[in-house]
Ligand binder design. Structure first.
Ligand SMILES: *Cc1c(COP(=O)(O)O)cnc(C)c1O
Length: 400
C-alpha cells in the first residue's frame, strides 16, 4: 500500500486570502448577512455552496482547516471542534442512541475511557472493553445492539498497535462503524486506507504542535459530517463545541510544518528508545524490533514518517518515576507536563495522571506498571544530548 501520500495531500492545498494573501482570510464573524430573506430559510433546510448562516454551524476559516484535515486523512470530509474530547463524544453520541452498545479497546485515552464507562451509560449506551490486540475478541463481544467499534491506532499510554485492517474487516462483516483515534500517529498511519469510518484527532497534540490551544477534529464521509452539523439533530451543532475561527487559522498555519516535525519527532524518539534499551533500561517503543507489534506497524505506516514521537520508560516504582521526572526537568531534558507533540520533550507518569481514570487493578492487568514515564520526544536538534542527560538523571536518583 502507501500510494496515498498524506503529506503531499497537504502540500497540494492552495488557499488564497481575500486580497491574494498567501494565507486564507480569517472570517471573524459569528453570523452572516443575506441579501434575500428567502435564502436564509433555504439554508436551514439544506447546505448551499458558499453560503454561511451562523459560525456554530460552519465558519469559512474552520472549513479551510477541516478541508486540509480531510485531505490529510484521505476522507471525503472533516469537521473541527473545540477539543479532542468533544470530537470523541459528539461522534459517539451521533452514532449511538439509548439501547446501543460500543465495543472499545480497553486501552484508550483516560478521558475516552471515563466517558464510555461513567457518562455514556447515563444515556443508555453501554460499552464492552476488550484487548484490541486480539481482534477475534470483537466477534465474541458483538450483540444485536452493537453499533460501534472504538480504538486508537497506537494506544495511550502503552503504545499497543491496532491491526486496523483486521478490525475493519470484522466491522464490515457485521455492519459496525469503526471509529479510530489517530492522535498519536498523524501522517504516520492513515486509518481510512484500512477501512476506518471515522478518524478522530486531538489537534492539541502533534497537529497543532505548539501546546497553545485545545482543539479536535472528526474526519469522515460527507454524509456523517452533514449529520453532525444538522440543525435539528447534529451532535456538533447542538452540543456546540465550536472552534474559534482565529484559532482555526492558527492551527492551519501550524499544520503545514507537521510533515517536517513528525519526521524529527520519530527520528529522535527512535534514537532515544534504542539507546536507552541498549543501556539496559526497559522501554516501550513500537519502532524497536522487540516491540510485539513492530512488524504490524511496519506494514501499516508511511515509512518516511517513522514510528512516532511517543515512547515509554519503566523505572520500576512510582517514587522513582516521580524523582526521575523531577530531575529530568531540572536538567532541562524537557518539562514535567501531560500532553504531547510539543517542541520540548514532555513527560508524565500515566498512572498518576492521564490514565488515572482507569482503576488501579485494571491498569495493572493491562501491564501498566507504576514506574512508567511516558515521554513525548521533542524536536531536539541533537537527541544524544538528551540521552546522556537522562542517563545522568537515572544515576543521580539511584545514588540517593
Ligand atoms: C489528548 C487526547 C485526547 C483528548 O483531546 P483534548 O484535545 O485534550 O480534548 C483524546 N485522545 C488522545 C489519544 C489524546 O492524547
Amino acid at each position: 500500500m502507501n500510494a496515498f501520500n498524506p503529506a503531499q495531500e497537504i502540500q497540494n492545498l492552495q488557499f488564497f486570502g481575500e486580497f491574494g494573501g498567501v494565507n486564507p482570510s480569517i472570517e471573524d464573524s459569528s453570523t452572516y448577512t443575506f441579501l434575500q430573506a428567502k435564502k436564509m430559510s433555504e439554508l436551514f433546510e439544506k447546505e448551499i455552496e458558499g453560503c454561511y448562516l451562523y459560525s456554530r454551524h460552519m465558519n469559512p476559516t474552520n472549513r479551510y482547516l477541516s478541508q486540509a484535515l480531510a485531505k490529510m486523512e484521505g476522507t471525503e470530509s472533516a469537521l473541527v471542534t473545540a477539543s479532542g474530547m468533544s470530537a470523541i463524544t459528539c461522534t459517539l453520541l451521533q452514532l449511538c442512541s439509548a439501547g446501543d452498545a460500543v465495543i472499545s479497546s480497553r486501552m484508550v485515552y483516560g478521558g475516552t475511557y471515563a466517558f464510555l464507562k461513567n457518562v455514556a451509560p447515563r444515556f443508555g449506551i453501554t460499552t464492552t472493553f476488550i484487548d484490541m490486540r486480539n481482534p477475534a475478541l470483537i466477534e465474541k463481544a458483538i450483540t444485536e445492539n452493537t453499533k460501534v467499534v472504538y480504538c486508537e491506532t497506537v494506544s495511550n499510554p502503552l503504545l499497543e498497535v491496532t491491526d486496523l485492517k483486521a478490525v475493519s474487516a470484522i466491522c464490515r462483516k457485521h455492519n459496525l462503524k469503526l471509529v479510530v483515534d489517530n492522535t498519536f500517529t498523524p501522517l504516520i498511519v492513515s486509518p481510512a486506507q484500512f477501512g476506518a469510518d471515522v478518524i478522530i484527532h486531538s489537534l492539541t497534540k502533534f497537529i497543532n504542535g505548539t501546546s497553545d490551544t485545545v482543539a479536535g477534529a472528526i474526519c469522515a464521509s460527507h454524509e456523517f459530517t452533514h449529520r453532525l452539523t444538522d440543525v435539528n439533530s447534529g451532535a456538533v451543532m447542538l452540543l456546540g463545541p465550536v472552534m474559534d475561527s482565529l484559532r482555526a487559522a492558527s492551527v492551519l498555519k501550524n499544520l503545514h510544518s507537521l510533515p517536517v516535525r513528525m519526521v524529527k519527532h520519530s527520528v529522535n524518539a527512535r534514537y532515544l528508545a534504542g539507546k536507552l534499551h541498549a543501556a539496559g533500561i526497559r522501554v516501550i517503543y513500537p519502532g524497536l524490533e522487540g516491540h510485539p507489534q513492530y512488524n504490524l506497524l511496519k506494514q501499516m505506516h508511511h515509512p518516511e514518517f517513522g514510528y512516532g514521537g511517543m515512547m515509554v520508560m519503566d523505572v520500576g516504582t512510582t517514587e522513582k518515576a516521580f524523582a526521575v521526572m523531577e530531575e529530568m526537568q531540572r536538567q532541562n531534558v524537557g518539562y514535567l507536563a501531560v500532553s504531547l507533540g510539543f517542541y520540548k520533550t514532555l513527560f508524565s507518569s500515566p498512572g498518576g495522571s492521564t490514565s488515572s481514570e482507569i482503576p488501579e487493578e485494571e491498569r495493572h492487568a493491562m501491564g501498566m506498571s507504576d514506574g512508567l514515564i511516558r515521554m513525548s520526544v521533542g524536536l531536539d536538534h541533537d537527541p544524544e544530548v538528551a540521552f546522556h542527560k537522562i542517563m545522568a538523571c537515572l544515576k543521580t536518583v539511584e545514588s540517593r
